[in-house]
Design a protein around this ligand. Structure first.
Ligand SMILES: Nc1ncnc2c1ncn2[C@@H]1O[C@H](COP(=O)(O)OP(=O)(O)OP(=O)(O)O)[C@@H](O)[C@H]1O
Ligand SMILES: [Mg+2]
Length: 443
């Protein structure tokens, strides 16, 4: 028998090398190479499902076949529920509530569910189920880590929804590398995807994440699946946000907000009310109407500026890019005479949501100026706009949607980018073109 060939695979990005390397030339990670044994048979024995080639006009355009997850907000974020054969990867920090959410979805789902757990025993899941008040007979729990056996049970059980918790714990006999390795994760994801596509079976795959917050395993995992959901929130707080990072069947950036309680996750119908509920109008606090998907959410941006404790001033953020913060501080200094080089600066997006859209720039700048000057902004004010390096305020998308949401929650004034004319009846809108103008207006 031929000796199985080995190769070294970067566990961070999947780069393959014939010899061991200290640093990955592709992603720059140190000490990430692991020797994996590869047997030739891998992948070669797949029975691909049959498809046909036909003109675009002859394919069915029916999108009505979507099925609900049992959570209206999750369905809306997914673009109207699950599509047959849809492969959804759900990733999040340990203990955030991935298994809880999927057990609840399994309970509320209208058809037969097969819940495969490679992480927990049947008893553990049953105990969680009884705590959550779940007792539906249709959920079949299958604690198993071997892919071949899972395939067999999948065949005989013939469910309407599959849950795989988690992809990193499942392994195939065809590969010799250990479970969780790049090759195994890729193999498991490919094979499950193939089966689910051929059967039209939707599947939720749980993915663990690395300490940096990226989905563990090869980048290709995110390419294989149709949809990537990111489960966010602070573990010790009760709010949880499911963000749609990638979706082949709907728009990205959509979010579903939940509250974690004794009985599991509950939908939050009015996320805006929820995120600004604890707001106390004080220096450094500004409300930002956020929108990444189609739904606006009011968020509170908080900044704290105080004399530096050590020689090197600290810049710390939560829910906001720390490099972007440095940029905003530089712009504030150059264009608005707000000096923070001898100060510690902390910025926090209250509620545990991570905001990546540039429209938050101006709100962050105003929060910093407000804290530095120890002066509150108007209580009924919302602020949005992207900042350019020259201190100019740039237009952003969904101005009207943001303003309407602000008005709905009783906000009466808004600072917005000049250019795109927007306005909502009953709101005073200040259109600005530079950050200096905003600081002059407010302080
Ligand atoms: N008895 C309890 N009462 C209330 N909440 C609980 C209880 N037990 C667990 N929880 C909540 O459930 C969370 C754990 O959820 P879950 O096991 O679904 O997380 P997970 O994302 O699947 O974690 P892992 O990555 O370890 O699989 C806890 O962080 C806690 O918030
Ligand atoms: Mg879990």
């Amino acid at each position: 028998m031929a000796k199985p060939s080995t190769r070294h695979v970067c566990q961070s990005c999947g780069y393959v090398s014939v010899r061991w390397l200290g640093r990955c030339p592709s992603c720059g990670e140190w000490n990430s190479f692991v020797e994996e044994t590869l047997q030739k048979s891998s992948g070669g024995v797949r029975a691909p499902f049959q498809s046909v080639a036909k003109p675009i006009g002859e394919w069915s355009k029916e999108d009505s076949a979507r099925v609900g997850t049992g959570f209206a907000n999750l369905d809306a974020a997914l673009g109207g529920g699950l599509v047959p054969g849809q492969v959804v990867l759900i990733a999040g920090q340990p203990g955030i509530g991935k298994s809880t959410l999927l057990l609840q979805v399994s309970d509320r789902f209208s058809g037969k569910v097969l819940y495969v757990s490679g992480e927990e025993s049947g008893t553990q899941i049953a105990v969680r189920g009884s705590r959550l008040g779940i007792g539906k007979r249709d959920i079949v729990i299958y604690p198993e880590t071997n892919l071949e056996r899972i395939e067999e049970v999948l065949e005989s059980n013939d469910p309407d929804l599959l849950v795989l918790d988690s992809v990193q714990t499942i392994y195939s006999d065809k590969l010799e590398s250990s479970s969780g390795s790049v090759s195994q994760v890729r193999e498991v994801a490919y094979r499950i995807t193939e089966i689910c596509k051929s059967k039209g079976l939707p599947v939720f795959i749980v993915g663990q994440i690395t300490k940096e917050g990226n989905i563990a395993g090869p980048k290709v995992l995110e390419h294989i699946v149709d949809t990537v959901l990111q489960f966010e929130g602070e573990r010790f707080n009760f709010y949880r946000v499911v963000k749609v990072v990638k979706n082949r069947f709907g728009s990205t950036g959509e979010v579903a907000v939940f509250k974690m309680g004794d009985r599991g996750l509950e939908e939050v119908e009015e996320p805006s009310a929820f995120f600004i509920s604890e707001r106390r109008s004080s220096p450094g606090s500004v409300v930002f109407p956020h929108t990444e998907g189609s739904k606006p959410i009011l968020l509170e941006v908080q900044a704290l500026v105080l004399p530096a404790l050590y020689t090197t001033p600290q810049r710390k953020t939560q829910g906001f890019d720390v490099n972007r913060l440095s940029l905003i501080l530089a712009i504030l200094e150059k264009e608005a005479n707000i000096f923070t080089r001898d100060s510690d600066v902390f910025v926090n997006v209250a509620g545990g949501l991570t905001v990546k859209e540039p429209a938050v720039d101006l709100a962050v700048a105003v929060a910093i100026a407000s804290s530095k000057k120890d002066s509150k902004v108007w209580e009924d004010l919302v602020v949005f706009g992207e900042l350019g390096l020259g201190g100019e305020v740039r237009a952003v998308h969904f101005g009207d949607i943001r303003l309407k949401e602000a008005k709905r929650f009783g906000f009466k004034r808004a600072i917005v980018p000049k250019g795109a004319e927007m306005g909502v009846e009953g709101m005073e809108v200040f259109s600005v073109s530079s950050v200096g103008e905003v600081v002059d207006l407010l302080f």
